[in-house]
Design a protein around this ligand. Structure first.
Ligand SMILES: [Zn+2]
Length: 176
């Protein structure tokens, strides 16, 4: 039974309904959530997103997509003061509706533990989560995964792992 645009109930017994939809040969499922996209071209001048990608995603059943993941390249280390400024910015953005904090840990020169621990405090405060492009892949994937697991454990915050590549399981399947 669909009510208010959502699947409210599934049963093999008939429902008392107003309108029946013949879905024979089709699938009925909730909208998919894509937790990690990089197809979010943003036009700063117009303050809009390019939407043709979103139309394609909708045709695939994706009704919610989360962009802005993985941060970006930066080529110099940040100061303690800058880390505090980033924490304040992250806190403000979470307060006005962002769903979590993401890090591009792998991007040069990476991110220090101090930086992650400090900024992540805002995810703890707002009971949101951390998403991160893990630091390494292939032979170092377990070490990279452990870094994020420990962050989540120490702060008691949920973490979402991004970009564990196909090379991570090459010869290491038993570890997974
Ligand atoms: Zn990514």
């Amino acid at each position: 039974m669909i009510e208010g645009g959502k699947i409210r109930s599934i049963s093999s017994s008939p429902f008392d309904i107003r309108k029946a939809i013949d879905a024979k040969g089709l699938y009925v499922c909730p909208g998919f959530v894509d937790m990690h996209i990089h197809e979010e071209p943003y036009d700063e001048e117009k303050d809009t997103f390019q939407t043709d990608t979103f139309i394609s995603m909708l045709r695939m059943g994706v009704t919610t997509a989360i962009g802005g993941n993985c941060g970006g390249d930066r080529y110099k280390e940040v100061s303690g003061h800058q880390i505090l400024e980033m924490r304040a910015d992250a806190g403000h953005l979470l307060d006005i509706g962002c769903l979590g904090i993401s890090y591009g840990i792998r991007y040069i020169p990476g991110i220090t533990k101090e930086e992650m621990m400090t900024i992540s405090q805002e995810a703890v405060r707002t009971e949101t989560f951390i998403a991160a492009h893990i630091r390494d892949d292939a032979k170092k994937v377990f070490e990279a995964a452990e870094e994020l697991l420990l962050l989540g454990k120490e702060l008691e915050v949920a973490v979402h792992f991004s970009h564990i590549g196909s090379m991570a399981d090459f010869g290491q399947m038993r570890g997974f």
